[in-house]
Design a protein around this ligand. Structure first.
Ligand code: F6P
Length: 550
């Protein structure tokens, strides 16, 4: 197998980097005032301006050649077709089938999976309508007012992020709560806000073996049964979302109250499956289907658009360009939208759990940087916190600005201010402020030459920081669906170029195993000596804090 770094296209990009690294973004714009027209794309209602990047026509050609040499389009077709694209778990990755709004079949092991998908969606519609319309009653005959989603990782972040993002569309009677952390404070604080008579618990776990989720679910059920409810009432208040029917019924949830999905749905890609039930309860099935449609529209674009017109391909190539040739290993997601406040965390799992890998798909070690660190917070808050480092720090941090032009809560000039800040930041990051500009500005403000010289270094901005800006009309369910799918495909394309498997996550297993054995040791409350000296010391110290050891 040819490793990515051995490809001629890779070497050509490394050489090209040497020849363009000294050219600034300002210079690129001075040379060509058509950059914005050239380096822009539109797909599924999303407008992308990628002109503020260290990118020339030659760079783009070389990156596209790398994409071709890495068989990006072929790999994408294989994923959509249901081939085994996750070989370490011997599975396809078919989140795209979950939002397939066409009448085309999707085959897994010679069988069309679309009827099963449609059946679960139909059951979700019936159930969510009953709860939303107040026909689904709790054990004392009252309608549901609160929904507690108990899950973690993909079984939490997706629905949580989307419920927050689409809060203006929420059902007025239903309050959604999300409990993920095994830290009891998370569950206890949610339970303080709800009434057992009117609360529906959704236990969301693909495997139904996840320690945190099962611990929280058991404690929630105990709390429920302590409130004068009896075992037979559980069915009115607990439903499960899972692929593991046996474990669901072992837990004590009737499988009639289970909404299933399949092992070819990765946890971090599961929002589109039954895992979306809490979102459906909040926004209703029609809007959930609009979100599926948005994702499907992006899927069709990702699958069919030529690489040079393909938004996820372009975004992925830019990440490869910075990550592997500019040594920029951090990527900021800056949504200028308060309702998207969990979107960076969602993308963090999506990208870091997918592409945080050190071996190629054939198991050989990589000799290149794989997935960058992804992080972020909504603007404008970030501007008053970490943006200082972006503007004047020593790290190059490519940024994605995300902005909906129309607010879902129009109020005076707020949205225009938000937009102005969003555009101002990408301009400031790119253009900076040089000494001449600063000095002229300070002189005009009446500063002395001594002040100017003393502050000059501190107040100049090198600029030259790249960013993308993504615009949508309004953050509707359709727009959110398209946006999420865009990033899913971007992650896939990056993995295709790095030749890694984005669909497994073996790296989370070791910690889980160790936590199990350390929990058993804490439970036994005896001095431990079987770990390294630090871990032994910490466990023994904790047992002393608990007064379990002398
Ligand atoms: O530990 C990682 C992980 O497996 C994620 O990939 C997944 O989203 C999360 O745990 C939750 O898993 P489950 O839905 O099986 O409880």
């Amino acid at each position: 197998m040819t490793h990515p770094v051995e490809r001629e296209e890779w070497k050509a990009l490394a050489e090209h980097h040497e020849s363009v690294r000294a050219t600034t973004l300002r210079e690129l714009f001075e040379k060509d005032d058509q950059r914005h027209e050239v380096f822009q794309l539109e797909a599924a209602g999303i407008f992308l301006d990628y002109s503020k990047n260290h990118l020339t026509d030659t760079t783009l050609d070389l990156l596209l050649s790398l994409a071709r040499a890495s068989s990006v389009s072929e790999k994408m077709q294989r994923m959509f077709r249901g081939d085994i694209v996750n070989p370490t778990e011997h599975r396809p990755a078919l989140h795209t089938a979950l939002r397939n709004r066409s009448d085309q079949p999707v085959m897994v092991d010679g069988r069309d999976v679309m009827p099963d998908i449609r059946e679960v969606l139909a059951r979700m519609r019936v159930f969510s309508d009953q709860v939303r319309e107040g026909q689904w009653k709790g054990f004392t005959g009252k309608p549901i007012t609160d929904v507690v989603n108990i899950g973690i990782g993909g079984s939490d972040l997706g629905p949580l992020m989307a419920v927050e993002a689409l809060a203006p569309f929420a059902h007025p009677r239903l309050t959604l709560h999300f409990v993920s952390n095994v830290d009891a404070s998370h569950l206890v604080s949610a339970l303080k806000k709800v009434d057992p008579e009117t609360t529906l618990f959704i236990v969301a776990s693909k495997t139904f073996t996840t320690q945190e989720t099962l611990s929280n679910a058991h404690s929630a059920r105990r709390w429920f049964l302590e409130s004068a409810a009896v075992e037979t009432d559980v069915s009115k208040h607990f439903v499960a979302l899972s692929t593991n029917a046996d474990a669901v019924s072992d837990f004590g949830i009737d499988t009639d109250n289970m909404f299933g999905f399949w092992d070819w749905v990765g946890g971090r890609y599961s929002l589109w499956s039954a895992i979306g039930l809490s979102l459906v309860l909040s926004i209703g099935m029609d809007r959930f289907e609009q979100m599926l449609q948005g994702a499907h529209d992006m899927d069709m674009h990702a699958r069919d658009a030529a690489p040079e017109q393909n938004m996820p391909v372009i975004l992925a190539l830019l990440t490869v360009w910075y990550n592997n040739f500019w040594d920029a290993h951090s990527h900021l997601i800056a949504p200028y939208d308060q309702y998207l406040h969990r979107f960076p965390a969602y993308l963090q799992q999506l990208t870091m759990e997918s592409n945080g890998k050190s071996v190629h798909i054939d198991g050989s070690p990589v000799s290149l940087a794989t997935g960058p660190v992804v992080w972020g917070e909504p603007g404008t808050n970030g501007q008053h916190a970490y943006f200082q480092l972006l503007h004047q720090g020593t790290h190059l941090i490519p940024t994605d600005f995300i902005m909906a032009i129309e607010s879902l809560n129009p109020l005076g000039i707020h949205q225009d201010l938000l937009m102005a800040n969003c555009f101002a930041q990408s301009e400031a990051l790119m253009m900076g402020k040089n000494r001449d500009e600063l000095h002229a500005e300070m002189r005009a403000a009446g500063a002395s030459e001594e002040q100017i010289n003393r502050l000059s270094g501190h107040r100049t901005f090198a600029g030259n920081r790249p960013s993308n800006t993504l615009l949508v009309q309004q953050m509707t369910p359709h727009a959110l669906g398209a946006l999420i799918a865009l990033y899913e495909h971007k992650v896939f394309v990056e993995a295709a170029i790095w030749d890694i498997n984005p669909f497994d996550q073996w790296g989370v297993e070791l910690g889980k195993q160790l936590a199990k054995s350390i929990h058993a040791e804490i439970d036994q409350a005896k001095t431990v000596s079987g770990h390294d000296a630090s871990t032994n010391g910490l466990i023994n110290r904790a047992l002393k804090f608990k007064n379990l050891l002398a």
